[in-house]
Ligand binder design. Structure first.
Ligand code: MG
Ligand code: ZN
Length: 216
């Protein structure tokens, strides 16, 4: 959806990169650590962010979220109801967040009031990979309900992210998925250098390990 004409893509991505650098410097100047959560609709990004934020708040860390969605305020509402301060960021029709949308959302946040900003990208495993937002970490979240072939089908997003997470491991058996297959594919894709993190955000399994991986 973001490629309009041949040749235009490079300019769009260059400009995005420039603004992403500004976002990064802006957040750093306020001592903020930030994470971009990418993944399909239904992977459990919102639930995972809520669980991570709960744990951080219990440690006295001040967290804010940006809820990226094409339309609506469902995830924003879930964040707010969980007690997590949030800004809603609708793309209108684009299937990914870009650095400019994040810049606008950051302008609505009093950055001195927070230590961490979690950004939930639009539910999509393809083009968010192309658009850096200026975060410290990019995370891809998949879930057992999506099948065991996600790594094989979406190399780009796994290679563009710092950390990969397999969510909903508590229901892997019920949906007939062997997490080991996914772990093997990920290890192979990353040349044996990286392991996928396994968790159940709802059951609070493996979530502390993700916080540690993010240095939080
Ligand atoms: Mg969500
Ligand atoms: Zn897109």
């Amino acid at each position: 959806m973001h490629i309009v004409q041949p040749g235009m893509e490079i300019d769009v991505l260059k400009e995005n990169g420039r603004i992403a650098n500004e976002n990064y410097r802006l957040m750093k100047s306020h001592g903020i650590k930030s994470v971009d959560f990418m993944g399909s609709i239904g992977a459990g990004k919102t639930a995972l962010i809520i669980k991570l934020a709960e744990k951080l708040r219990a440690k006295g860390v001040r967290v804010c979220a940006i809820a990226g969605d094409v339309t609506g305020a469902d995830d924003y509402g879930r964040f707010e109801r969980s007690g997590l301060a949030a800004v809603n960021c609708n793309t209108g029709h684009e299937c990914h967040l870009d650095a400019n949308l994040v810049r606008k959302s950051l302008s609505k946040i009093d950055l001195d009031e927070y230590d961490v900003v979690f950004i939930e990208n639009v539910g999509n495993l393809v083009c968010p990979a192309d658009f850096a937002l200026g975060t410290d970490y990019r995370v891809v979240v998949i879930s057992t309900t999506e099948g065991d072939d996600m790594v094989r089908k979406h190399h780009d997003i796994f290679l563009h992210s710092d950390i990969a997470i397999l969510n909903k491991i508590d229901i892997a058996d019920a949906v007939g998925v062997d997490p080991k297959v996914i772990a093997d594919d990920y290890r192979k894709l990353t040349g044996g250098l990286k392991e996928i993190y396994m968790c159940s955000a709802r059951k609070d399994e493996g979530v502390d390990e993700i916080l540690a991986a993010l240095g939080l």
